[in-house]
Write a protein that binds this ligand. Structure first.
Ligand SMILES: Nc1ncnc2c1ncn2[C@@H]1O[C@H](COP(=O)(O)OP(=O)(O)O)[C@@H](O)[C@H]1O
Ligand SMILES: [Mg+2]
Length: 226
């Protein structure tokens, strides 16, 4: 899969919290080239997760657009978004368990994430066990979610996000629960996905991760820092 480009145009997100307006994004413009890897940095509450969930089509913006591979995800139906996420856009949201099927074992979670990949791209898919081993999860491949630690669930979420060799990977703090060794497994896997052409947007507080991507961008109070 060659990477897909991302374009964000005047993206605004305002939440209504008990009648109070919370401005999470105040008109963000951003272009990420196909195959580029970007770290999205910024203090807690600066709008990073809002930006990512909007890119993933998990919620609709107040105004503005977000395009992936030229397609406006903010205008897509749920069905179109499901197809996009199962074929072209790997998503790892904050909170590892939310990315995983609770009743399937680790290996089946990865296999399930590969089910919708079109036939002509299946030769690019990596065997689930190989992905798991690279993340230090080989020994728990037959374990269900409940038997995995938070850090194991977090690494499994990344394996699931990359399982379909997506054109874009969106990952929200994928190393927040990991020790140094496992953080470096995750960084290595992102770097190799980027080398394979996947466009990456990763939210992180990890300096090492930020140093391994093509570009770091900073959000502050809902705006990109120039
Ligand atoms: N679902 C939501 N409902 C109400 N407010 C939200 C919601 N999600 C985020 N916010 C608010 O929007 C702002 C940005 O949050 P978020 O996008 O999660 O930032 P970050 O990921 O950088 O911490 C914060 O003030 C947060 O409280
Ligand atoms: Mg966040």
């Amino acid at each position: 899969m060659t990477g897909l480009d991302i374009r964000v145009e005047a993206l605004e997100m305002v939440y209504d919290v008990d009648g109070e307006q919370v401005h999470a994004l105040r008109g963000v413009d951003l272009a990420v080239a196909a195959g580029e890897s970007v770290a999205l940095l910024g203090p807690s509450g600066s709008g990073k997760s809002s930006m990512m969930t909007l890119l993933a089509g998990l919620q609709k913006p107040t105004s503005g657009r977000a395009l992936i591979g030229g397609q406006d995800v903010t205008a897509m139906t749920e069905r179109q978004l499901l197809a996009l996420r199962s074929r072209d856009v790997g998503v790892v949201v904050q909170g590892p368990a939310r990315n995983l099927l609770p009743y399937a074992n680790a290996e089946d979670n990865v296999r399930f994430a590969q089910r919708a990949v079109p036939r002509d791209r299946r030769d690019r898919l990596r065997p689930p066990v190989e992905l798991l081993e690279e993340l230090g999860l080989g020994h728990v491949r037959r374990s269900r979610l409940g038997a995995l630690s938070g850090g194991e669930q977090q690494r499994l979420s990344l394996a699931v996000g990359l399982a379909g060799a997506p054109g874009v990977l969106l990952a929200d703090e994928p190393t927040s629960q990991l020790d140094a060794v496992n953080r470096s497994h995750v960084v290595d896997m992102l770097v190799s996905a980027a080398a394979g052409g996947t466009t990456i947007v990763v939210i992180t507080h990890d300096e090492h991760m930020a140093s391994q991507v093509d570009r770091a961008i900073h959000l502050r109070d809902g705006e990109l820092v120039p």
